[in-house]
Design a protein around this ligand. Structure first.
Ligand SMILES: CC(C)(COP(=O)(O)OP(=O)(O)OC[C@H]1O[C@@H](n2cnc3c(N)ncnc32)[C@H](O)[C@@H]1OP(=O)(O)O)[C@@H](O)C(=O)NCCC(=O)NCCS
Length: 243
């Protein structure tokens, strides 16, 4: 058991070292802003549907309004999750060590063949995980994927009051057009290069590895907790122990 624990710790540390080494270069004003640890963002498949639902259903009313453009109720959110097309679209997620989905992004491709080179971006981050750059990182990841997929234009539909979302889009170079209470941002993407393809592949592999370590570590923690419960139960059942 000690060996497994040591192995997990070593794997985790090795992963962290690697991510630190590959973190983005510090900005010019590095003294003002801490350099964030590179966040493992993985592509999600249909087997993550339940966790996606849990994440979205936890959004408070205002966030649901900002995310969907209307005040989506639980049923509407569930319908949205059930209808996610993992073959056509790309869903990205950021997990914590408890395997809770902290943030997710949906890059939706138009079903219409005439709009093949366009995609729409939507994102949400748990309240407790905001301000860490996850929204911006998901945007960059989705833009890189769209670019590698031959997409020319990435759209973001946001309410004009959504300062954070519009800031993410503007920071990434998108043009924002305001139309009253609603805004449309679009980011023109340049054709992919060998570098963008390799970067995406490497980032996805790292994120998958990070996820596998988190799964292993969670199983191990669950195992330790249940062993502890059994031990406590056995101690409580001993006749020489006080009730
Ligand atoms: C919009 C949202 C995804 C932003 O996520 P986040 O992880 O907190 O954003 P980041 O930490 O990456 O911040 C991105 C930028 O927005 C700024 N920002 C974050 N929250 C802000 C706020 N409340 N007001 C103003 N600016 C804000 C950050 O300072 C950062 O800008 P900078 O890099 O120039 O400093 C998150 O607030 C959310 O989930 N909102 C509800 C759903 C939603 O609105 N989705 C978008 C519509 S599709």
């Amino acid at each position: 058991m000690t060996e497994t624990k040591a192995f997990l710790k070593a794997s985790l540390e090795a992963g962290k070292d690697y991510l630190r080494a590959h973190a983005p270069h510090p900005p010019a004003n590095a003294l003002e802003k801490p350099v964030p640890l590179m966040v493992p963002i993985r592509s999600l498949g249909a087997n993550h549907r339940e966790r996606i639902a849990t994440h979205l259903l936890a959004l408070v009313e205002r966030d649901r309004y900002l995310r969907f453009g209307y005040l989506a109720n639980d049923e509407q959110i569930q319908r949205y999750v059930d209808s996610l097309n993992f073959e056509r679209d790309e869903i990205f997620g950021i997990y914590n060590r408890k395997l809770e989905l902290l943030a997710m992004a949906h890059l939706a491709y138009a079903p219409d063949k005439n709009c093949e080179s366009c995609a729409e971006f939507g994102v949400s981050v748990n309240k407790s995980a905001r301000g860490r750059g996850y929204g911006a990182r998901l945007f960059d990841r989705a833009a890189m994927h769209a670019r590698n997929d031959g997409v020319d234009l990435m759209f973001i539909h946001a309410l004009s009051e959504n300062t954070a979302m519009l800031k993410i889009a503007r920071n990434a170079g998108a043009t924002v057009e305001r139309d009253g209470s609603e805004s449309e941002a679009y980011l023109r993407l340049t054709p992919p290069t060998f570098d963008t393809r390799m970067t995406e592949m490497l980032e996805e592999q790292l994120a998958q590895a990070d996820y596998r370590i988190k799964v292993q570590a969670k199983h191990f923690r669950d195992f330790l907790a249940s062993a502890q419960r059994v031990r406590c139960g056995a101690a409580g059942a001993r006749p020489d122990q006080p009730a």
